[in-house]
Design a protein around this ligand. Sequence first.
Ligand code: CA
Length: 316
Amino acid sequence: MRRTTRTLMTGVLLVALLLGASGRAQALCFFNCTYTKTKYPIVLEHGLGGFDELFGVYSYWFGIVGALEDGGARVFTTTVSQLNSTEARGEQLIDQIETITALTGKAKVNLIGHSHGGLDVRYVAAVRPDLVASVSSVATPHKGAALADYLRANVHNGSFTEAVLAYFANSLGTVIGLLTGHTNPQDAIAALDSLTTAGLAAFNAQYPHGVPTTACGAGAASVNGIRYYSWSGTGLLTNALDVSDGPLALSSFFYPEANDGLVGRCSSHLGTVIRDNYFQNHLDEVNQVLGLVSIFESSPPSIFRAHANRLKAAGL
Ligand code: CA
């Protein structure tokens, strides 16, 4: 009996040591361990005002990175200027992707961007296609955001109001950047101009890959060997405990179409449209705040896992 107990304890100790040494991804995986094991690394690019990790611990992609890693994916989160033009953010992203390809030895990456991040990844695919296996956008305003249009129409170029708003927004962006350990330059007005209908019309004329040519259709599934995908939500008040639901429900009134509080359903379309009406608001899509999302909808981490499996099945 005593011998059995000793053997059992030794076994438990060995398993604990093995789990500790092999890291979290393997530690939690006992079945389906290759479900998200894509050929190329997955790179997650945050939206406006976003970050990779606050204080090195709180992830923008709440519970999503771990969920992807548990299925075997190699995942990297990037940090660019919280507030800046798509081109400026895209150039910063290229630098980080070059580091990732050098680190992993993989020539390309699968890019997934949330909100403004979806424009950054399109920019990278257009100017550095050699680095990109696929582009996926989550609730990105590819045809512009009505709230940005409203702000631009009411904050005139060169005005005192514009200067004051830019000062406060840039300061906020700088603080978020510092909390994440980054000092990327902030330019709130350039960010705003990148998100208006006029700004996106100019951007799409220069970088049309994957953008639907009709008002609410899908885009090309593949351009120059790069796959394009998108998904988004149209939920607003999805979780009574989440204080961010109220402001998103209010901002939704600026939009003429179904939206997630900040991005319209049709505006979110890019390439293959996986789904455009999840019961999720703009923060639910990245499982915020603290995983407070609708219990009646697929969980955001499971949606990201299914997409990684889709990329894997496509040989990416
Ligand atoms: Ca939420």
